[in-house]
Design a protein around this ligand. Structure first.
Ligand SMILES: Nc1ncnc2c1ncn2[C@@H]1O[C@H](COP(=O)(O)OP(=O)(O)OP(=O)(O)O)[C@@H](O)[C@H]1O
Ligand SMILES: [Mg+2]
Length: 407
């Protein structure tokens, strides 16, 4: 059975009757074509469009100006469009229907004033603004957290670094003491030679000079002096290196720009800085592959390496082994930290990347290390793979694209 055409059930009322009905409607009604020419408009529509005085013909065009750009095309394509629309002070809910006919696009707009909903809409807008504010604030907080986590880690490490620096400074200082002694002895010998040169018979002074030389152990000094200088130079270089690494490390992430970097250099800087934390507990093995230069934020990656290495160190109870390896796979590189520590149970694996999740005693871990690392790797469009067996150890693999995706 076919559905009868609804117009054929009754004869259509006259245009006057239809118009009179339209005037009674509380909904706005506007019939117009694709050019904005209006065929029919009721009172509610004129009120809502704030156009009781405007020429009726232009009302379709006026409404079209308020519509979002996609509304008419979408109605044309799918038959209808609906949405809310700010009209001057108020917001209306609008249904827009489209029908092609008689050589033109015919649009019917039905709109409803949102009396109670006006406030609702306004509130929604306010909520939206508040949410946006909160989002921006959160973003700022996260950045601060990142910075303060970095500062906290550096604070924790400062003692270690101080020790690392103290050591070379210590022996350079003691070498300078020896050097002073040596210089005094050398000057004594020089003076003896000068005296001899001025004496009537210089040769007669030779036994005395030999005596002074052996008393002051000049032979030993001439052997020891180059060694002492080399050792001191190395000590100073070590201090310079640590200071440079620290500077690299604490570089404010906020101003850092993307650059092509050698990941191994960053790894070595980081290992250098935290070595003091690890060296009594673990042996470290490097299995570096050949890596291309990688587009990254190097000091942020250093922070990831530090978290991984410290976590690996902490996972080891007494003595352990950490393997740091790296390699390329297609257009990605990976850096892996493997330890033979406690391992992570499957239940914990779900949670370790959560902010503030820690299994360390209160006051000793903030639980931010992995969540911050995750954020940093995410920013690099990379990922972290984890493989762990309780009692055997864990393997964190960081995978990064060599070049960041465009745009
Ligand atoms: N290599 C690992 N072996 C075993 N457990 C690990 C390892 N790395 C992380 N974990 C677990 O994940 C938890 C969270 O690590 P995360 O680095 O986020 O915080 P944390 O190390 O506890 O504190 P911090 O903020 O000082 O880094 C750790 O408390 C630990 O239980
Ligand atoms: Mg940690």
């Amino acid at each position: 059975m076919s559905t009868p055409d609804f117009a054929s059930l009754f004869p259509l009322p006259s245009a006057d009757v239809l118009r009179a009905l339209g005037e009674r409607m509380r909904e706005g009604l506007l019939l117009f074509d694709g050019k904005g020419n209006t065929s029919l408009v009721n009172r509610a529509a004129r009120q809502m469009l704030d156009a009781e005085q405007s020429p009726v013909l232009a009302l379709g065009a006026k409404l079209a100006r308020f519509l979002p750009p996609a509304a008419m095309p979408q109605a044309k394509e799918s038959g209808s469009w609906s949405g809310s629309l700010p009209l001057g002070e108020r917001v209306v809910i609008l249904q827009l229907y489209h029908q092609p006919g008689e050589g033109r696009d015919v649009y019917l707009a039905l709109f409803r004033n949102l009396e109670g909903q006006e406030d609702y809409e306004r509130e929604l807008q306010q909520r939206h603004a508040e949410l946006r504010q909160a989002y921006l604030r959160l973003n700022g907080t996260q950045e601060k957290l990142l910075q303060s986590e970095k500062m906290a880690s550096i604070g924790q490490l400062a003692a270690g670094v101080a020790h690392e620096i103290n050591n070379p400074i210590g022996y350079v200082h003691s070498n300078l003491g020896s050097l002073q002694e040596y210089l005094r002895s050398l000057f004594t010998v020089i003076e003896a030679y000068e005296r001899a040169l001025r004496a009537p018979d210089p040769k007669a002074s030779i036994p005395e000079i030999d005596d002074i030389r052996s008393r002051l152990d000049i032979d030993f000094i001439s052997r020891d002096l180059p060694q002492l200088m080399a050792e001191s130079r190395e000590g100073i270089e070590r201090v310079t290196r640590i200071v440079r690494d620290l500077k690299d490390f604490s570089y404010s992430g906020r101003d850092e720009s993307w650059k092509l970097a050698d990941l191994h250099a960053g790894l070595e800087s980081t290992i250098n800085i935290i070595w003091n934390e690890l060296k009594y507990k673990v042996t470290l093995e490097r299995q570096y592959g050949e890596l291309p230069m990688v587009e990254c934020l190097p000091s942020e990656l250093n922070q990831v390496y530090m978290n991984m290495l410290l976590n690996a160190g902490h996972a080891v109870a007494e003595r352990g082994h950490i393997v740091v390896s790296s390699g390329v796979s297609g257009d990605e590189v990976w850096v892996e930290f493997k330890d033979n520590g406690a391992g992570i149970s499957p239940e914990l694996r779900q949670r370790i990347f959560d902010p503030f999740f820690t299994t360390k005693p209160v006051g000793s871990g903030t639980g931010l290390g992995l969540s911050i690392s995750y954020g940093i790797i995410n920013k690099h469009h990379g990922r972290i793979d984890l493989d762990s067996t309780v009692g055997e150890g864990s393997r964190f693999r960081i995978i990064l694209p060599i070049r960041q995706p465009k745009g």
